[in-house]
Design a protein around this ligand. Sequence first.
Ligand SMILES: Cc1cc2nc3c(=O)[nH]c(=O)nc-3n(C[C@H](O)[C@H](O)[C@H](O)COP(=O)(O)O)c2cc1C
Length: 223
Amino acid sequence: MENETMQTRGDEPESVPSIVAPEPDFDWTSAPDVPHELFLRWRQDAINAGLTEAYAATLSTVDADGMPDARVLTVKDVSEECGFKIATGEDSVKGRQLLANPNCALTFYWSPLNRAVRVRGAAQRATAAESAADFLARHPQTRANTLAAPQSSSFSTDTARDELIRQARAAMELDPGIVSPQWTVWTVVPKSVEFWQGDPNRNHQRLSYIRTETAWDKQRLWP
Ligand SMILES: Cc1cc2nc3c(=O)[nH]c(=O)nc-3n(C[C@H](O)[C@H](O)[C@H](O)COP(=O)(O)O)c2cc1C
């Protein structure tokens, strides 16, 4: 009976190890001058470690009332200028929030490596041509979903949903190059990027990059 009781409180925090894996080496003295180089190294380490969601990040935004919002999404492309690219419908909740207020944050967490990266900046819309090319490279079901209805809009029945998808699929068959005008690539251009390397002995390493007029200012942060 006891086992059937759902645990709703963190009664035994010490019983769940929070950091278990041996931490990878992180020599902050040899960290590159630009944060995206270090980011790409760490992400490659995550991929090499077999993480299935190495590209996943939490995108935090704020709504019109200043209320924070957050959701997981995919970040694949990182530009030479340190721009983190995301793609979504502009008529989604996050799309509307970014249009009204482009300030946002991305948080990556690669748990087995005890590593996290936080990015704070503002999102810039890509050109219509870049967004269209990205849309056409997406999975057909993603395209159908986007063409059929705004992301995060509510629907009542499976039948109503299936009919909207059927219509979108028919439009795609008629015109394989059809593009949703809502689909938008955004580039999160950071003002700061922070790297966190966890340590089982709690001697965590933190390195912050702050963008200046001409370069990046690197600082170690107290854990
Ligand atoms: C691993 C993962 C990757 C995702 N990637 C994306 C993505 O690239 N774009 C997107 O719009 N939603 C993505 N989602 C779905 C979002 O988390 C979210 O449910 C959706 O975008 C609606 O968010 P919104 O209502 O805040 O606009 C992903 C979810 C997960 C768990």
